[in-house]
Every structure is written in structure tokens, then in C-alpha cells.
Design a protein around this ligand. Structure first.
Ligand SMILES: [Ca+2]
Ligand SMILES: [Ca+2]
Length: 446
């Protein structure tokens, strides 16, 4: 291993690069986005205890943009420093050095080692991850840096052509490495259209396979989006969630998963739900609380976790209200969801349990065959965020209709009494309770 230069000189080198790449980068101002939300990614120096929640002192964040995107993208980091606001100082506060290294070219994504399942229980020491392949496009280091505290710093620009091209996407890797010290460095990354921010020239996605994230305590919770195949068996493995709450929030359902205790790995199997899905962290024995986690599929491959994390509160779901009323022909049922509550422009979906569906809040459905059906009402607020929907299941019993048998044609003279016999009628699944006759001349009997 080659000896590392002293942190101070590396830091200086980093700032020189900032100046070279972006003349405006040091005219730093905390913008509205930065001021509104604390940074939720976190990394601890190698001398920190593992019960701070960071097992490898390293974050690998992948960036994906369309391979044919024109123009320049800019990687920006909020609160890149360790000190001042947002960070977690320890014994030797201010000794922590964090490197941010943007990597492109062959191997930037495909060559990066993927996390594997750890033994559940107390942490086994993780080997320091070797540097993954790829071409270094930019590298900056930060220690205590008032110029980078509580504000955005521009790391570097890149173009799609500099990435690793896979399936029409250009992929990059941002290695965030805590090289020295024991403090916690909270930060956030964004991909912008210019050195001062703004929309990128094409959609840019960021994801990680085993992020370390924090949540600040109180009612606020930290959420990340997941892209899972509905119904797939998955396993969430978390480390040091300090008995906080971990929930899978999907369009129609919340699923609480067992969280890890302090300084241990815990696995939690679950079935991927349908719809927009997020993972939400809150509560627990530490404030702020930091967790490292990954989600594995049945083959042991890790699923991408979308970044950046966002801060939210538990979503207010609409309330589904479903009434199913059998109609007189026995085969038809009136469905009424009109008393559901939520946004004014609620979207309704009935699934009647026989394969048919309808999109009106009030509707009538005729079943082809008697039987017991599980009707489902989905009520959805527009926008498709996780937690925007409510689902209600209603059993529907469609009874076989009785068959009336009034007897054959009868020829009689006027005034002559006629005997009618309906006893050949076939009951449904219950005895016949009443016979109603109408004789065609206005007279009725029962
Ligand atoms: Ca700071
Ligand atoms: Ca920081």
C-alpha cells in the first residue's frame, strides 16, 4: 500500500480541482432545497465504532443517464464537509476526511463488487472494499470545510460519453470513502444541469445496493423508492437500525418489517408488493439513527435502492368505503364506493373477483355463475406516490336464482274456478319462502 499524503494537502488539492472545474463553485449558497431537508446519506470515519451504523466506511452511489443524452451533467454534494451543521462529531472532532470520487468508463458499474448477505447477528468485520475498476473523472476531499458546510458544492461535470454504456444507459460510480477519523459525515448528492443546480439535460437516476442512511427522529421518517417485481420473495437485511421502525410502504398497503437492534445484522423476508413501493425508516433508540441495509432477491442478488433518500411523514391514505347489494335477479350486484374519502379526483377501480373490472365509483355487475367472489375496491389518489391508495376486499355471495314453474297451459270456460300449482318450482340454496301469482286478469294471490 502506498503511503497516503497528509489529509491537509489532499484537501487543498481537492479545492484546487473545484476551482479548476467550476469557477462559480465557491460562490456557495445554501439553496432552498438544502435548507429545507437535512442530508440523509451518511458515512463514518474508519475509527468510528460499528454501532454508529456504518459497516464499511464507504458509500457506492451509481448514476445512470441515457447513453444518447446531450450536454453536461453536474454532480453536486450538499454538506460535503464534516463539521459545522448536519454532522456527528466524535472524540477527535474534525479529524475526518471524506473523498468523493467520480468514476466512469468500463467497469464503473459492471465491475463494482455487489454486496452479499452477511451473517445475521453481531457484525463480522467486513474487509475493506477494494477500489473498483473504472476511469477516475474527478476526485475531491473534504475535512472541516466551512465553505462546504450546510450548502451545495459542485464536484464535477460529466457527459454521457464518459460513462460505461450498458443497455442504452451510461453508468457512473461515485465512491464516497471515509479515509480518516471517527466522525459521521452526513451528505446528499444531486445530479444537476449546471454548476449551480437546475434540471439535468436528461433524466438521471441514482441508486445504491447497500446505502447507509439516517433519520432525524420524531415523526419524520426517511424514505427511499424501490423497484421490485410484485410478488417476488425478497429479504431486507439491515444493520444497526437500533430497533427503529422499518416499513415497506406500497400503493395500497403498509408492511412492518423486523428491524435490526444496535450493532447487529437482522434479516427480514417479505413478498414485494404491487404498485409504487418505498422503504421507510423511523423511530428507534438513537437520534439521529443511522442504518446500513440491502435488499436481496432469491438468488442473493442485491436490488437497487433509489437515491437520494427523502424526508417525509406517514402518508395520509384515502379511505375506501365499499357497499355491495345483491339485486332481485340474484345474479347482479350493485357496488357503491361513493362514500370513499380522499382527494377530490379519486380514481376508483372495482375488481369483481370473476375477472371483470370497472372504473366507476357506483356500478352494477352481473355474475355469470353463482358462487362466492372476493370483490376488491382500489381507491387511488392521482400521482402514484407510495401510500396514495387504499384497498378493501368484500366477499360477494351470488346465489343461484330459484326457478318458477307455474304449470302448463290451461283451457277453461269463463267463471270456472281453476287450480294453479307451483310446487314444481325449483328452490335456490334456500327453501322457497313465498309464491306470488298474478293471473293475467289483474287478480293476484300468494
Ligand atoms: Ca457540515
Ligand atoms: Ca457533512
Amino acid at each position: 500500500m502506498t503511503p497516503r499524503p497528509k489529509p491537509a494537502s489532499r484537501r487543498l488539492a481537492g479545492l484546487v480541482i473545484v476551482l479548476a472545474l467550476a469557477p462559480h463553485a465557491l460562490q456557495l449558497q445554501a439553496d432552498a432545497q438544502g435548507a429545507a431537508s437535512p442530508p440523509l446519506s451518511v458515512i463514518y470515519g474508519p475509527d468510528a465504532l460499528s454501532r454508529e451504523g456504518d459497516v464499511d466506511h464507504r458509500e457506492e452511489i451509481f448514476i445512470s443517464v441515457p447513453a444518447d443524452a446531450q450536454g453536461r451533467f453536474w454532480v453536486r454534494v450538499f454538506d460535503a464537509d464534516t463539521g459545522g451543521l448536519h454532522d456527528t462529531p466524535y472524540r477527535r472532532a474534525g479529524d475526518t476526511i471524506t473523498a468523493f470520487r467520480l468514476v466512469g468508463g468500463a467497469g464503473a458499474w459492471t465491475g463494482a463488487p455487489r454486496p452479499t448477505r452477511a451473517e445475521d447477528g453481531p457484525r463480522a468485520p467486513l474487509d475493506a472494499a477494494p477500489d473498483a475498476p473504472g476511469a477516475t473523472l474527478a476526485e475531491l476531499r473534504f475535512g472541516v470545510e466551512p465553505a462546504a458546510d450546510d450548502r451545495w458544492t459542485t464536484l464535477a461535470p460529466f457527459t454521457a460519453a464518459q460513462g460505461e454504456i450498458v443497455g442504452g444507459q451510461a453508468l457512473f460510480r461515485l465512491d464516497v470513502i471515509a479515509e480518516a477519523g471517527d466522525d459521521g459525515n452526513a451528505f446528499a448528492i444531486e445530479i444537476a444541469g449546471g454548476p449551480e443546480g437546475g434540471e439535468p439535460p436528461a433524466p438521471a437516476r441514482m441508486f445504491s445496493y447497500r446505502p447507509t442512511l439516517r433519520w432525524p427522529g420524531g415523526r419524520a421518517r426517511t424514505e427511499v423508492d424501490l423497484s421490485l417485481r410484485a410478488g417476488a420473495p425478497m429479504t431486507l437485511q439491515s444493520f444497526d437500525a437500533a430497533d427503529g421502525s422499518i416499513e415497506i410502504v406500497s400503493t395500497f398497503d403498509d408492511m412492518r418489517l423486523p428491524a435490526s437492534g444496535q450493532d447487529v445484522w437482522t434479516s427480514a423476508p417479505f413478498l414485494a408488493p404491487e404498485g409504487q413501493t418505498a422503504l421507510a425508516f423511523s423511530g428507534g433508540g438513537e437520534t439521529p439513527n443511522d442504518v446500513t441495509f440491502a435488499i436481496f432477491d432469491e438468488t442473493g442478488a442485491p436490488a437497487p435502492i433509489d437515491l437520494p433518500a427523502r424526508l417525509g411523514v406517514a402518508p395520509r391514505r384515502p379511505e375506501a368505503d365499499a357497499v355491495a347489494t345483491p339485486l332481485a335477479d340474484c345474479a347482479s350486484v350493485a357496488f357503491d364506493a361513493s362514500r370513499s374519502r380522499g382527494a377530490n379526483d379519486l380514481i376508483f377501480e372495482w375488481r369483481f373477483g370473476d375477472g371483470a373490472a370497472a372504473a366507476e365509483p357506483v356500478t352494477v355487475h352481473r355474475y355469470a355463475r353463482p358462487g362466492t367472489y372476493q370483490a376488491e375496491l382500489r381507491v387511488l389518489e392521482p400521482g402514484g406516490r407510495p401510500g396514495a391508495g387504499a384497498l378493501l376486499r368484500t366477499p360477494v355471495l351470488v346465489r343461484p336464482a330459484p326457478v318458477a314453474a307455474p304449470g302448463g297451459p290451461i283451457t277453461v270456460a269463463p267463471g270456472e274456478p281453476v287450480a294453479f300449482d307451483g310446487t314444481a318450482s325449483i328452490p335456490s340454496d334456500a327453501p322457497i319462502a313465498r309464491w306470488l301469482w298474478s293471473f293475467g286478469d289483474g287478480a293476484r294471490a300468494q
